[in-house]
Design a binder for this molecule. Structure first.
Ligand code: ATP
Ligand code: MG
Length: 429
């Protein structure tokens, strides 16, 4: 195929075989968020470039080198959203949703775009589920965000494979004092830092903590730590969060180097990391951003949120083989009919069964075919049972129910009793 007719590198199709797993994950998350009282918001995929520059920060990897930015026909600079928080804050402000101190607990899902080097777990179009909370200042809501993700890992069967890392970045004043101490220390060992870190030391020194370079990491061992510079308010907040996580029985480690890639965080930051996905180990990341709304032109409004990467979670489910059997299977029952009269009866019967079992995945054979070819299709569909309707069955108003996965003998069931029979032998997805 000519190159211009292929998908863009790092932007993937999700093929029919994969979509059930995506929908399973999406439905688990949306139900969980409903149950905790979060409401969904949907924002456009494209925004003015200025929005991301203002919120994410000019001196970040995302804004410096990862955004898909273009001019539209009016000459406006637009950008495919690289993350969801900026647009969510923009929408909340534009519609006055946080006016008068109103609390908002919001979530969104959708594609994000970053021009990164594509590899396993890292793509140029990827998908996030994000949660943002406004106008709640205390550690209780930070804890709730972590507790609900912990519940999600449990429901998905991946809890043992993820670990929580926590840090506090303090208020902007405390961070400024810490930044000064860090710059002083790192400047004294400038020659030992990698080139990128030397550059960051000038533009965004906290990001040096995030380095993947081993030599720089060695220098960082003795670097000043943010915990020692925390202001009283942030310290109390952090203690409050830890006490709640202890009560909830959620294990965590404090990672003093956790700074996150975006400029807008303050106080709590956290990441859920795994060692099951190689280098792309962070499946969910977030934190508090109490200054962001004001920075974007709103009244002072506290905020806290996180985003999880759907592709990485899907990889986790696959790697850990945590895909429920009824999700992997896309068809429960495959109805084979032989001859025109039987085909007509099959149509009526299948519609009746669908009325009675709305969740049953019943596929009816299309395109006729011999016994052999229809059974082959039934088997290939992944169905648990084939239903057989030929002239004999038609005459007696019954169907043959043939187990396809080694679960016992074929049975003959009256049309009237079919739905009830299927309900007893199939776990419906
Ligand atoms: P990383 O350090 O892996 O680049 P990040 O700090 O840039 O992640 P965030 O901006 O915090 O990531 O996004 C939240 C989550 O979205 C990440 O933890 C990850 O699961 C997912 N994510 C981020 N970038 C990508 C990408 N290019 N491809 C797939 N998933 C991604
Ligand atoms: Mg990144």
């Amino acid at each position: 195929m000519s190159k211009s007719l292929q998908a863009i590198r790092g932007m993937n199709d999700t093929l029919p075989e994969q979509t059930p797993l995506w929908r399973y994950l999406e439905s688990k998350v949306s139900r969980l968020l409903d149950n905790y009282g979060y409401k969904q918001i949907r924002m456009p995929i494209v925004e003015f470039t200025e929005l991301f520059k203002r919120s994410i920060g000019e001196v970040t990897d995302i804004v410096e080198k990862e955004m898909y930015t273009f001019e539209d026909r009016n000459g406006d600079s637009l950008t495919l959203r690289p993350e969801g928080t900026a647009a969510c804050v923009r929408a909340v402000l534009e519609h006055g949703l946080t006016g008068g101190g109103q609390v908002q607990k919001l979530w969104y899902i959708g594609p994000m775009f970053r021009h990164e080097r594509p590899q396993k777990g890292r793509y140029r179009q990827f998908h996030q589920i994000g949660v943002e909370v406004f106008n709640l200042d205390g550690p209780d809501i930070d804890a709730e965000l972590i507790v609900l993700t912990w519940r999600l890992w449990g429901e998905l069967g991946i809890r043992d494979a993820v670990k929580l890392e926590l840090n506090s970045l303090g208020t902007s004043e405390a961070r400024a004092r810490y930044r000064a101490a860090l710059v002083e220390y790192l400047s004294s060992r400038l020659g030992e830092l990698d080139e990128d870190s030397q550059r960051r030391l000038k533009s965004n020194p906290l990001r040096v903590l995030d380095t993947k370079n081993a030599d720089t990491q060695a220098v960082l061992v003795d670097a000043p730590k943010m915990v020692d510079y925390l202001d009283e308010e942030s310290r109390v907040h952090f203690e409050g969060l830890k006490a709640r996580l202890d009560t909830a029985g959620i294990p965590y480690t404090i990672n003093p180097k956790l700074v996150r890639g975006l400029d807008y965080y303050s106080k709590t930051v956290f990441e859920w990391v795994t060692d099951k996905l190689g280098a792309q180990g962070t499946v969910c990341a977030g934190g508090r951003y109490d200054g962001l709304v004001e920075q974007m032109g709103g009244k002072p409004t506290s905020g806290v949120g996180f985003a999880m990467g759907i592709e990485r979670l899907i990889l986790m489910l696959e790697t850990l083989e945590q895909i429920p059997e009824e999700i992997a299977r896309q068809v429960d029952v495959y109805l084979c009919a032989f001859g025109e009269a039987a085909e007509l009866a099959a149509l009526a019967l299948s519609e009746r069964v669908r009325d009675q079992l709305p969740n049953l995945r019943l596929q009816i054979n299309a395109g006729a075919g011999s016994f052999k070819s229809q059974f082959k299709k039934a088997d290939k569909s992944g169905a648990l049972y084939a239903l057989i309707l030929g002239d004999d069955e038609l005459a007696q108003q019954v169907v043959g129910v043939k187990p396809l996965r080694g679960q016992g003998e074929q049975q003959t069931i009256a049309w009237d009793a079919l739905a009830e029979h299927l309900a007893t032998c199939i776990v419906q997805g």
